[in-house]
Structure formats: C-alpha cells, structure tokens
Design a protein around this ligand. Sequence first.
Ligand code: NG6
Ligand code: CA
Length: 505
Amino acid sequence: MQHRIFASLSASLILAFTSGLAAQSRPNIVLIYADDLGYGDVSCYGATSLKTPNIDRLAEQGLRFTDAHGAAATCTPSRYALLTGEYAWRRKGTGILPGDARLIIEPGRTTMASVLKDAGYATGVVGKWHLGLGSGALDWNRELRPGPLELGFDYCFLIPATGDRVPCVYVENHRVVGLDPRDPVRVSYAAPVGDEPTGKNNPELLKIRPSHGHDQTIVNGISRIGYMSGGKAARWVDEDMADTIAAKAVAFIEQRKARPFFLYFATHDIHVPRVPHPRFSGRSGLGPRGDVILQFDACVGRILNTLDRLGLAENTLVILSSDNGPVVDDGYRDEAATRLGDHRPAGPWRGGKYSIFEGGTRVPMLVRWPRRVRPGTSRALVCQVDFLASFAALVERKLAPEDGPDSLDVLPALLGDSRNGREELVEQASTLALRRGDWKYIEPGKGAKRNAATNTELGNDSRPQLYNLGDDPAEARNLAADRSPEAEDLDERLQAIRRSGRSRP
Ligand code: NG6
Ligand code: CA
C-alpha cells in the first residue's frame, strides 16, 4: 500500500516536474519576415556580390532549408496563408490588396498568433501587415479595428499595407501614430483627395521616379500607389523606416521577456521603394536594392544582439524567411536592373516574384534554436503555411478540425529531427502548381508568359508543364508530353486538393 502511494506520488511529482519543465522550456519565437528577399540575395545561399553577416550567423548556428516556400509568389496571399494556415487561393479577395482594404481574415479565427496566445505567449506584430484593416470604409482618424489585435496579437506596430501604398503612416494598436486631429488623414484609391501633388503631374518634385505605376500622391519625395491627404505630422520618412520598426521590435522583446513571447517582425525591406538610411546608401555597390539588403541584414543583427544581451538567445526559436521571391524592377527607377552585375536574386531558380516557377516561392529559410536545433542544412520540403500547425505542436495545442486547413505539422523537419517535411505542396502565382518530391506540375494558365514591366517570367503556359527538379532545377525541360501519366496523375491530385477544401489530414 505504502509502496503504491509512494509510486503514484513520485509519478505525479515527475509529471509536475516535467510539465513545469516543458512550460519553462517553451521557446520564445521570433519570426523575421523579409519582403521580396530572394533565395540568392544572401551570402549563406550563395550570393557573392554582397555579404550578409548577420543572416549568415543564423545559418551557421541554425538549420538552413533549401526547399522552403512562401505560400504564394506575392505578399498578401503568402501572408494570409502564413497567419491562417489556409492556402489563399481557396478564398476570393486574397490577392495584392490596396492600402484601404478591409481586413481579410475573420476576427476570432484561429491564427498563428491566437494559437500562441492561447498557449500563454505574449504576441506582437511589428512591420508590414498588408492584410487589410477594419470592416468597411475605414476612417483613419478613428479606431482602426478589427486588425491584428482581433486576431490574437496583443500588440501591433504596423506599416498598414506596403511602403509604396498610401497611407504612409504607422499604426500602433488601434491608432495612427502621431496624428494631429486638426489635420485628418484621407485616403482613396479611386480618385485624388485634397490637393497634394502627384508623381504624374509634378514629376519635378520626385527624388526617385517611377518606372511603372506609382505616380499618385507624393510623400517624402516619392510618388505612391493611391491618394492621400492630411496626416502631415504622422507621415513616415522612408529613410528611417528600418530603424523605426527595428526599435519597436527590440522594445517588444525587452518588455515581454518575462514570459514566452512571439514576435512577428515583418520588415519593409527589401520591397520598393528602396530608400535606405544614408549609412547604407551606396554600400553594396549594387545600388539601392543591394543597400537595403544590407540594411535588412543589420536589422537582423539588432534582433540577434538584443536576444544575446538579454540572455534569451539559447531558448529562442528564430525563423528567418521571405514572403515571396525577388523582383528587380518593381516600379521605381532605382538602378536595380542596371547595377545588378552577376548578382542572381533568385539564385538557381527560374522566375521570381509573381512567377509560378520556383523563383516565385522558394525563399531562404533559417531556423535557429541553440538549445534544441543542431546546425546544418535540410532539404525537407516545407512551406510557411505549415507554421501554424507546427507551432501548435511545439506548444502542445490541439487544433480544431477547421483550423489551419492546409497547415501540416512539419515540426520534426523544422527542428532537424526528420529529413522529411511535406510530401506535396501547392505553389501559388496566377496559376497553381503541385510539387511532389522532385516532380513539379504546373497547370495550364491563360495569363501572359512574361510580366513586361518587371521583366519576370511568369511561367504561364496554355499547355500543362511537368518538370523534374532533381535533374532540371532550372525548369527548362517540360516533360508533360513525354510523361503524360505522371502529369495527369499530378493534375488529378491538384484538382482533388482544390475540391476538398482542405489538405490537412
Ligand atoms: C504591384 C506593384 C508593385 C508591388 C506589388 C505588391 C505596380 C505597377 N506594381 O501591383 O510595385 O507593390 O504590387 O508587392 O503598382 S507585394 O510584395 O506586396 O506583393
Ligand atoms: Ca512581397
């Protein structure tokens, strides 16, 4: 009897001890999310024209993925999938959003942030949002809700849409930062508001000229997509943006360090307009596009140094990735194309941002967690849509059947315990593709083959395409005609994934 009591007592002690330990050892999570950073843009993935020492430090101390993907080849759908664990192509209205769009994720829905919040994490998003705000016509002078705070984040400091879209103001929690009520902000994507100069009518006022689009309201000498007036005191200064948001990210870490925290740090770099702080200007030799890569790298350094200084590095899971592949000329005459030299932003992959070829979604991805993850390289196929289910597994939260319908638990791959990630992945641009192992099937698409403005191969073809990335990483030999059974099989599978509304088992 005594023996049994002792046994059960020690069992419960062990249980208390281990679950306490589990709670205690739950890592902080910092997701550093670059914008438009290509696979070949950083030195740890082969760039030689510039050096990215801080990103390389993550690669040396962590796991470097060579087959990791954003969920789509542009920002909004990629970020939608990242936060909801659902492929964006399942939902209408998830394409690139204007800056006055309503929030496209329903409040109350399970998101990456809500999963971690429910598990006791302090949660914050700092930087680019681009998923809409509010529930209809938005008055920027009032409370801006719903937004991240209604989706599981405790704190937000946002670039509401993109750096090249109005309104050019920061939003902190529910308010525009630094707004003078006597100078209200007005925004329109339909027609000019107020009498502010535009790039179209006043090109002499510009410090960088657009190459396509981007000729509406001028803010800080740069014409944008969309019109705005007012909010003069609240307008951002592009040159200071990287420092401003990095400081907010650092402050979030400093303030929340007492309990596990999750920080989603989504930089503006290296998106257009590429306007580095003067201390980075001219430093890369590749023009502003290279300079903002160095600026991004320096921001990564600030985050890593903060973790070191606070003694948090050992037990913080740092993930670095990018929302989509790279683009050279994305609408401003910033010398990105003329100064490119031998630099290959997409590395070995064909296409880039907007493209269904691998360059569209195959991005750098580094995972560092010194206490748990051994450094190395992983060829596992993983996608950012999987973070939701993988983080849920990490913090031992069960997902309801309807949560994260396309999010797979690839935690063993992320932590380097397994060489295998997904078996299949749907890649998204204006058409869809299905990856299965080395095979890649691109369904027939009606769109243009090339985006003339950005000079990107989009990968659209009216015929089906089938590539074997194992011996043809450049997607140069379309095998669909020769290997039609494989192509048909992958097509059937893609249509089945589409029909079923979900792909998580
Ligand atoms: C395009 C813009 C491009 C960029 C992109 C969104 C034009 C001509 N091009 O429509 O500059 O803003 O949208 O990029 O306006 S993303 O990374 O946020 O998806
Ligand atoms: Ca992007």
